[in-house]
Design a protein around this ligand. Sequence first.
Ligand SMILES: CC(=O)N[C@@H](CCC[C@H](N)C(=O)O)C(=O)O
Length: 372
Amino acid sequence: MDSLVQIRRELHQIPELGFQEFKTQKYLLEKIAQLPQQYLEVVTWKTGIVVKITGSNPTKTIGWRTDIDGLPIIEETDLPFASIHEENMHACGHDCHMTIALALVQAFAINQPSQNVIVYFQPAEEGPGGAEPMLQWLKSERADLIPDEIYALHIAPEYPVGTVATRPGLLFADTSELFIDLKGLGGHAAYPHKTRDMTVAAANLILQLQTIISRNINPLDSAVITIGKMTSGTVQNIIAENARLEGTIRTLNAEAMNDVKRRIEAICSGIEASFECSISIDYGSMYYEVNNNERCANALLSFAEEFEGCNAYLCSESMTGEDFGYFLKEIPGALFWAGANCEYGLHHAKLTPDENLLSINANFVEQFIRSL
Ligand SMILES: CC(=O)N[C@@H](CCC[C@H](N)C(=O)O)C(=O)O
């Protein structure tokens, strides 16, 4: 196969949104087809791929999962290998994740592992969520492809390359998407009294939603409500009949999630009354928290402590979401943050992970899996 840097750059150029990863799947299948096939079984599911590598003397099956989708972000890196899909970008590092997963398939295809290894190329992590339906499919059609333990990584721009940061127990938040549609009465910009202006209603709603975090959630607990997108109206001199807010809710437990949703609904009812409009709420897709198995997370940390070029770091939990949580709900395992040493954070149009992370993490994960 080509060098990891080249693979990452080629994948970086073709980011696709969840369940539309057709070119990505084709690219990955072509790379896998170039490898020795003796120990491999390759299965596709929607735009995802599952590769089983049969071990030489297996007592268990180890899973490794990568996500494969990109984000609807217009890239601003000016890199020569920037996205050729103008509307999309690998701004969450899934190009790096896939490259490392391919490197693992290559390493195990050439040098057979003793345990069985299954590598999952999972679609739609950013949305609407591929892990849960992929697991449902595995359970109903291919239970033999469910591992005994499973691991994954996510790049972390804020840590130096070589950092392996994780923790036993809760690592990432419960998430719920949030879509709110407001309907009022449009009309002439000069006659506001004859209309129900949804731009003003939506602006008020956004401000009130933030009071849920500051006034309703216990200050010793954590929650986030982010409205990432707001649309309203049609043109500058027409009062907006419709507005739409698109966002996400993050909490560290299901009870707080229910509390936040209850308050969102109450505040929306208040906005309906005060702005004489109607509001509908859609919670979109929800992700179960990422809860690391204690033994598996500690095994990763201990292995990293001894591994040349890696630094183990016991990190705190964060409000990020990850549908890998659905795998961990059913199968013992752990996810770690892999340092990517980058000025810009995840979901930023200028994200440029340090490519040295590719070989270090591919090597670390390969040796870690061989040690199990
Ligand atoms: C690692 C990461 O950035 N994951 C996403 C997951 C998004 C889930 C869903 N679409 C939502 O927005 O709630 C994240 O934004 O944390």
